[in-house]
Design a protein around this ligand. Sequence first.
Ligand SMILES: *Cc1c(COP(=O)(O)O)cnc(C)c1O
Length: 408
Amino acid sequence: MRIQVPKKIVPLDSILPDEPLLMMGAGPVPIPARVAAANGIVINHLGDTMAQIIEQVKIMSGYVFQTNSGHILGVAGPGSAAMEMAIANLVVPGSKVVSVINGFFSSRLAEMSERMQANVERLHIVDGQSATVQQVEESIKQHRPQVLTIVQGETSNTTCNTDLAEIAAVAKRYDCLIVVDAVCTLSTMPLDMDEWGIDAVITGGQKGLSCIPGVSLVGFSERAWDLILARKDQLRHWCLDAKLADQFWYKKSYHYTAPVSGILAIHEALRLICNETLSVRFERHLRCSQALQAGIEAMGLKLYVEPASRLNSVVGITMPTSVDSKALLKHMSNRHRVEISGSFGPNIVRIGQMGEQCRAHNLFRTLHALGSSFNSLGQKLNLPGGVAALETTLDKYEFEPAEGLKLA
Ligand SMILES: *Cc1c(COP(=O)(O)O)cnc(C)c1O
């Protein structure tokens, strides 16, 4: 043994802050206590207990994805692994793919398709705008792809593809499979897998589902599953091979050792969604996001995306030129213990509105931290005006609750 025991390692306690930062960025997001507790349990990955849990995860996923016929599979990996699982199994080498590009994550789907040796046509959409049905139809007509890839919400620049249902219908009309990345949006806004005819729904743990990072779910339609079963070529990915994953998810046998703790955590995250019901959860997300947006604007800041294309799950704020975004994030984090996100592209900062982030007390704390930090850094904002707008917008919903709205 030539390598010595490392001397400079300190215990986690002395690295982690006394009070954890409030995670209000673009993910990971805070997790409910039940999810955290489930994540601390390890059980046999092939026993009867696990089998019962897997059954329930599939049933609850059917509700959350809104599918009766879909084939639900889990994957030990980040949202990107779920993206790669969908792409690797549905994109046949040499086939044609059209990728709708709204930003960073939709580009990743195109890149993954290229790695599968597809001929990829990128349909570039103007930054901050939703793809239109007409744009997509023209591209499909021209290129006749076997697969269309698209994001529901582009987390990187806070744009939403609002016409997703119609775009899926167009894809279907041209006999083209549609793969939808719903990592940041699933369970925060409507997505009807069966009704809209979506062939693969991709989701990750740490965003819309308010679960831990590293365990993800993919749903394949009947049409997609038939294609997967009919494929004669051997997939280049072993871990991501849906037919092998099917062994564990539908046949109670071994593929790889499943991330049992993470699956228990997802079970609890899904159960909380089922308890809340989707309609109440969508309402909560909309109410909180709109209240936050109203507060930000009333303070004197500008939102990056116009209302018609704006994603509610992640709110993008245009940075005034007088303040550096890194300095702002650092100030919010150090002084207020609130974490929000910078950006990969445009000069914006982003506040998440996914799962547990959408709670009134988190909104007040975050908006105060944002406004107060700007003021400290020399950009004077109307902080009281912002907080008042947040409160009145929240109250407006509370006094006129939509049908089924329960305030937990
Ligand atoms: C975060 C995100 C991903 C990637 O998820 P990872 O867990 O970071 O791999 C993919 N798509 C969208 C829309 C996302 O928001």
